[in-house]
Write a protein that binds this ligand. Structure first.
Ligand SMILES: Nc1nc2c(ncn2[C@@H]2O[C@H](COP(=O)(O)OP(=O)(O)O)[C@@H](O)[C@H]2O)c(=O)[nH]1
Ligand SMILES: Nc1ccn([C@@H]2O[C@H](COP(=O)(O)OP(=O)(O)O)[C@@H](O)[C@H]2O)c(=O)n1
Length: 223
């Protein structure tokens, strides 16, 4: 099997399971994934005027301007040039996709198609550990102790942008921005779409697809 470095992207609306699927891929294939949303949240923590401005976009569920997220991501990816790339949530717009084209040729784009009602239910039940980005769901993968991160024992919080008022706007905006990105990757023959309401049912297909590009370190069921 080719040992070429993987250049892959996972796309999908908020709540579609990008983070969950990337986490499983990372564990099963022994690589690190880069979540643009988590990376943004961490990068903004430092304060400053630019950080405070970008924070307002996140809280309101709006996309941060292309040049801001692109600069952050491209700088980080350059540092990881010798590693596999598995990107979660980037690129989200055509401008971001064009910027990514400038630094790599993507092998694979995974798109998660999840019904709107399912997304709304999942986001309202999502709890996160802000420091690590670990994600829980009160129905799907609850923490061992309610309201507390399994590894650190620190409190879990609900993201501001997971509030119902923000969710509807985020889902609408996602669609508008993502359409041309999907079309671009479809026209290149690298788009692989998976539809359903359960990550556990989608996962075996994603695992099989990835296995054709990179050797797994864990069997499918041990994600
Ligand atoms: N009920 C249910 N929740 C899921 C499933 N897959 C993921 N989740 C949860 O749905 C929420 C959104 O998933 P996440 O991976 O954070 O989505 P992202 O916003 O696309 O990164 C999280 O709370 C997950 O734990 C599933 O198959 N069923
Ligand atoms: N390429 C990106 C990725 C995230 N973001 C911002 O980060 C927020 C959270 O992104 P995320 O990927 O963690 O979460 P989901 O929206 O997928 O749940 C988005 O709502 C945007 O405000 C962005 O502006 N541009």
């Amino acid at each position: 099997m080719a040992s070429k470095l993987l250049r892959a992207v996972v796309l999908g609306p908020p709540g579609s399971g990008k983070g969950t699927v990337c986490e499983r891929i990372a564990r099963s294939f022994g690589l690190q994934h880069l979540s643009s949303g988590q990376f943004l949240r961490e990068s903004l923590g430092g304060g400053g005027e630019a950080g405070a401005l970008a924070q307002q976009y996140l809280e309101r569920g709006l996309l941060v301007p292309d040049h801001v997220i692109t600069r952050l991501m491209v700088a980080e990816l350059e540092k990881r040039r010798e590693q596999h790339w598995l990107l979660d949530g980037f690129p989200r717009t055509l401008g971001q996709a064009e910027a990514l084209d400038g630094i790599c040729q993507l092998d694979l784009v995974i798109s998660l198609n999840i019904p709107f009602e399912t997304l709304k239910d999942r986001l309202s039940a999502r709890w996160v550990h802000p420091a690590s980005g670990r994600v829980y769901n009160m129905d799907f993968n609850p923490p061992h102790t309610q309201g507390v991160d399994d590894l650190t024992g620190e409190p879990l919080v609900q993201r501001e942008d997971d509030r119902p008022e923000a969710v509807a706007a985020r889902l609408r905006k996602y669609k508008d921005a993502a359409k041309p990105v999907m079309e671009l990757y479809k026209s290149r023959g690298i788009l692989h779409s998976f539809s359903g309401t359960e990550t556990n049912k989608i996962w075996p297909y994603v695992y099989t697809l990835l296995s054709s590009r990179i050797p797994p370190v864990l069997p499918e069921e041990e994600h």
